[in-house]
Ligand binder design. Sequence first.
Ligand SMILES: C[S@@+](CC[C@H](N)C(=O)[O-])C[C@H]1O[C@@H](n2cnc3c(N)ncnc32)[C@H](O)[C@@H]1O
Length: 388
Amino acid sequence: MKDRNRRQKKGPAASGAAHASDRARPAASAKAPAKPEMKGGPKHPGPARTLAKTRNVAADTARTRPQKVVEQPSEPPRPVRVHAGDKPTERVPVILETAGTDDYRLIDSGDGEKLEQYGPYRIVRPEAQALWPRSLPAHVWDRADAVFTGDTDEDGMGRWRFPGAALGETWPMRLLETDFYGRFTAFRHVGVFPEQLAHWSWMKARIEAAGRPLKVLNLFGYTGVASLVAARAGTEVTHVDASKKAIGWARENQALGRGEKLPIRWICEDAMKFILREERRGSRYDIILADPPKFGRGPNGEVWQLFEGLPLMLDICREILSPKDAALVLTAYSIRASFYSIHELVRETMRGRGGLVESGELVIREGGLDGSVAGRALSTSLFSRWTS
Ligand SMILES: C[S@@+](CC[C@H](N)C(=O)[O-])C[C@H]1O[C@@H](n2cnc3c(N)ncnc32)[C@H](O)[C@@H]1O
């Protein structure tokens, strides 16, 4: 994910005060190690690399005040346990596809860009994986309401341009009966990652079929759409994100849908710190969603690096999952890895707990202007899902 520490040179044209001030050092974002892969490399690298382009969230959710940066502890908080017992059964590859809805659709893609419908707006953004030509004619693309322009390089900055009327920073949207704001944020994001709909509708169905109240933990929860979907479906939700700004946006989404009474705990904390405490307390969750960036920072400068932190994070999740009827849904993006890397890690982590691990990719399929076309599939991320 590009939400590492990059200096923000310019903000989005669409930004109001919130964005103008959010150019300070990213908080939830992370400091990427100064690896050459971050700076150079081919323009169209492999899929794992290009996934990074889709998720520079932390810059969007940067806090305005300088953060206290703590040293990364040299020792992990606890060792990763090696578990005995059989591995869960497996199903691979599984491709989870998000088709369009009235409020979201991938209309077309090609020539390194994608054209999407978000509520009332058609939006064009860079998409390095769209290597193929566009299907729809130029005049359709030219009528877009918002275009994210700028450097398409992984480290690149950009800004929103509105070819017609100037647009406000936010607009109301509704997916899975849940209201939230679409939002022109810095670095091309729009406040929701629609490929997650595949996970969210699966989770909603599971909650509704449970026949008992469940507890959901949403780690790296961003603007809270998954938390709101889960709470509306009848669960108690604990939502954790390191960015105060993202938590603020999540609360705005909650208010938009008049969901103030929904049982959601909004927690601004480092995800690892939070789950370690939950493990010590003996807390249990029936469903854990985790969508960690490659690099991130906790509110107190805690460093999250996926390749270092994921084995321990999953191991702790294992401990805080309910003993029966539990599920863990992991998404990974912007990593140079195959889904097998997270698949095998989840299977090792869940040894002795039975169940099934399904892994693969989350893709979004082009639907054309009215959703009637079954176009090409655009890959967005890798996932692995364990169910007991
Ligand atoms: C890609 S977003 C997750 C999107 C979410 N799954 C969704 O679809 O709405 C990643 C989030 O991780 C948060 N984050 C980064 N580092 C973190 C850390 N150390 N602890 C908790 N959250 C962190 C960022 O603030 C950001 O909101």
